[in-house]
Structures are given as structure tokens and as C-alpha cells.
Design a binder for this molecule. Structure first.
Ligand SMILES: NC(=O)c1ccc[n+]([C@@H]2O[C@H](COP(=O)([O-])OP(=O)(O)OC[C@H]3O[C@@H](n4cnc5c(N)ncnc54)[C@H](O)[C@@H]3O)[C@@H](O)[C@H]2O)c1
Length: 361
């Protein structure tokens, strides 16, 4: 069995009731003072390795803190963390957020980190990803945040993101497939190249994330049958209703819900829930509010909203279309994520968070 596959198994076996994160080191020596250490041989298959580990753990005189994998390295646990303000649903969980450097992903990363999750911000934008993680770690909390570069449209890059997460923290409890792009355009303007790009990021990227994360989650499920895990896709209200001159985006998002329903059927036997969250327009985020390229300024310049003279006029026009009379906010999405994680009796759903603008049929 490969070291990368042994690590999540060891993590769950050492977790007991509290979730732990694990660190791995290449060194294979053990000091005399390290009594809470056992050693295993990785040459066997998965079943024999798990049996050997379980036998040693049950015989150990004291709680095991380190597992030495002969000739490969050592896996050590970090104690579970708890602080005032940590949330029972999410604390000590290892959460990957793709596109976590800014926008919805960045906001959710901040909110889940504040609630005690270990956060892996993964993003194409290295500078913004590093800045986000520095901001999180500057809070001085005991949980961890780290940045891993990824291009979700490249399956090798996604596999590398998963491996780096496992090497750094020991496993994965939640992956939020959030990275997405929008290039609007009708049939006359949309080029096959732009259509392919959007499909690769918004649709295929979700498949790659689910494929590689579920491999780790299934390993965890094999030794921790009562541990529930989550794959969550940040979809859109455009995944529930067609979007005029925006079909490349809406098509990929509709497809994402098909993936969610199908992954959910395949993965529930491993206690892996799969749900999509469908936010309404995030007017405060850069997609809409960027002063140079945001949709508000673009729509103002294009005269898309009749009579609008300022950005505020354009924003008010769009807010009026929402029964709740405002755009979707990060906090609205985080609440839906926490609901999806907390709710053990639901999977394969597309949860609208649209202020009433889109309703399920
Ligand atoms: N903004 C909205 O109004 C809105 C509404 C509903 C749903 N959504 C969805 O929410 C998600 C986030 O949207 P946002 O508006 O916050 O976007 P955003 O543009 O503000 O942020 C997206 C992040 O994803 C990263 N990214 C882009 N392509 C990537 C790739 N190939 N690999 C890795 N990272 C990549 C970007 O660098 C950026 O940090 C998307 O899936 C989007 O479809 C957005």
C-alpha cells in the first residue's frame, strides 16, 4: 500500500472520537523517549495493513501518537483543537475550498476557519491564495490554514492538490468545489474555445475534485464507518433555470447537478454525502462589484438597464428582482454548507440560496 493511502487510514484510526489532523515526516527513526509509537510494514495489501494496525492499537499500553511506516516515514497526530467560538459541526474538520482565494470561496474559507475548521485554500491565483492564508493564520487560532496551488481544469493538478492536502494534514473531511468562471455570450458571440474552457473549469473540474477526494474519503470510511464526509459543489441559480445569453455557464451548472445526483447514489454507501448549493447573485463580490470589470459597470456602460445612470441604479434594478430585495451574501452560503454537513439524512440535493428568486419545482 502506498504511503499516501496509508495516511488517511492512520488518521481515522488515531482519531478515536475527536477528529485529528496528522503531520507526516520523511524521517523513520524513533527516539527512546517515544513510547507512544508503533511501527508497521507497508508491503501488504490494504486489508492486512488495517488488521495489523488495529491489532497493535488495541494492544498499546497508552494512546498511540505516532505510526512509523518502515522505510517510508512517520505519521504523527496533532491534538484536536477547541476554542471559544468554534462550531461543533465543523471544528477540527479538514476542508478543501477550490477557488478559495477570493469571492464566495474566500469568504467561506474565512467563516469556516473562524469556526474551527482546518482550511486548505486552493486556487490558480498564487498571490491571492497566499494572502488569504496569511490573513487566516494571523488570527492566531490553533487550527491550520494552508494554500495549495491548483488548476481545477487539469486532473493531474487536482490529484496533486489532494495529495498535498493529505501529506500536510492527514486526510479530507469536506471538499467544496467552488472555483468557477463566467464568460457570458449568446450563440453568435460564444466561441468553441471559450465554451470548452468554461466547461472544463465549471463542469469537469467538479468531476476531478469528486474523483480524487472520494478516493481518500473511501479509505477513511473503510476504518471509520460512522464518520460522515461531504462533497459540496457551489452551483448557482443558473443551474436551476436557463440564463439568457449565458448558456455556457448555465449548461455547466445544470450538468453539475446531474453529477451531484449521480455521485450521491454512488458514494452514500461510504457515508460520503454529495450536495450542490445554488446561490443567487453575489452583488458584493468582485464578479459584480469590481469597479473596472464588474458586471454592474459593464451593464451600465452597455445601457442594459433602461434609465440607469449610476452603478447604484443598476444594482437596485437587480436587487428588485429578488423577493428578499438583496443579493446573496457569503454568510448565506456558509449557513447552507453547515446545513449540508450537519444533515446526515440528505444527499444528492441542489439547495437554493436565492432570497426566493428561484424555487424548486
Ligand atoms: N458571483 C456570483 O454572483 C455567483 C452566483 C452564484 C454562484 N456563483 C458561483 O460561486 C463560485 C465562486 O464564484 P465567485 O463569484 O466567488 O468567483 P470569483 O471570480 O470571485 O472567484 C473565483 C476564484 O476561483 C479561482 N479560479 C478560477 N479558475 C480557476 C481554476 N481553473 N482553478 C483554480 N481556481 C480557479 C479564481 O482565481 C478566484 O480566486 C463559482 O462556482 C460561481 O459559479 C457565483
Amino acid at each position: 500500500m502506498k504511503l499516501i493511502d496509508i495516511i488517511p487510514v492512520v488518521r481515522m484510526l488515531l482519531s478515536d472520537d475527536g477528529l485529528v489532523c496528522c503531520k507526516t515526516e520523511a524521517k523513520t527513526d524513533v527516539s527512546d523517549s517515544e513510547t507512544a509509537c508503533i511501527s508497521i510494514d507497508q508491503s501488504g495489501d490494504k486489508a492486512s495493513l488495517i488488521t495489523a494496525l488495529q491489532a497493535q492499537l488495541s494492544q498499546a499500553a497508552q494512546p498511540v501518537k505516532t505510526v512509523l511506516v518502515k522505510g517510508k516515514g512517520r505519521i504523527s497526530i496533532d491534538a484536536p483543537r477547541d476554542e471559544a467560538g468554534f462550531n461543533e459541526i465543523i471544528k477540527n474538520r479538514i476542508v478543501i475550498i477550490t477557488g478559495g482565494a477570493q469571492g464566495f470561496g474566500g469568504g467561506v474559507a474565512e467563516e469556516l476557519f473562524a469556526k474551527g475548521a482546518h482550511i486548505v485554500v486552493t486556487d490558480l491565483n498564487e498571490e491571492a491564495g497566499d494572502a488569504m492564508v496569511s490573513k487566516l493564520n494571523a488570527r492566531g487560532q490553533s487550527n491550520k490554514a494552508l494554500y495549495v496551488k491548483v488548476n481545477v481544469s487539469d486532473p493531474h493538478s487536482v490529484k496533486e492538490m489532494i495529495d498535498q492536502t493529505v501529506m500536510a494534514l492527514g486526510g479530507i473531511d469536506v471538499i467544496i468545489s467552488n472555483a468557477g468562471i463566467l464568460r457570458a455570450g449568446g450563440l453568435d458571440e460564444m466561441t468553441p474555445e471559450t465554451f470548452e474552457l468554461m466547461t472544463k473549469v465549471n463542469y469537469s473540474g467538479y468531476f476531478y475534485c469528486a474523483k480524487h477526494a472520494s478516493h481518500v474519503m473511501k479509505l477513511q470510511a473503510s476504518v471509520a464507518p460512522h464518520h460522515f464526509m461531504d462533497i459540496i459543489q457551489i452551483n448557482s441559480k443558473s443551474g436551476l433555470k436557463g440564463s439568457n445569453r449565458n448558456f455556457a455557464y448555465a449548461g455547466g451548472k445544470f450538468g453539475g447537478i446531474g453529477l451531484t445526483q449521480s455521485f450521491a447514489l454512488e458514494l452514500m454507501p461510504y457515508n460520503i454525502k454529495v450536495n450542490s448549493i445554488c446561490p443567487g447573485n453575489f452583488f458584493d463580490g468582485p464578479l459584480w462589484s469590481d469597479p473596472e470589470n464588474g458586471l454592474f459597470i459593464q451593464y451600465l456602460k452597455a445601457g442594459k438597464v433602461p434609465g440607469a445612470k449610476t452603478i447604484e441604479d443598476v444594482q437596485a434594478h437587480y436587487e428588485m428582482q429578488v423577493p428578499a430585495k438583496r443579493g446573496c451574501r457569503v454568510g448565506d452560503v456558509t449557513k447552507a454548507i453547515l446545513y449540508a454537513i450537519d444533515q446526515l439524512y440528505e444527499t444528492g440535493q441542489a439547495i437554493p440560496v436565492t432570497g426566493g428568486q428561484e424555487m424548486l419545482k
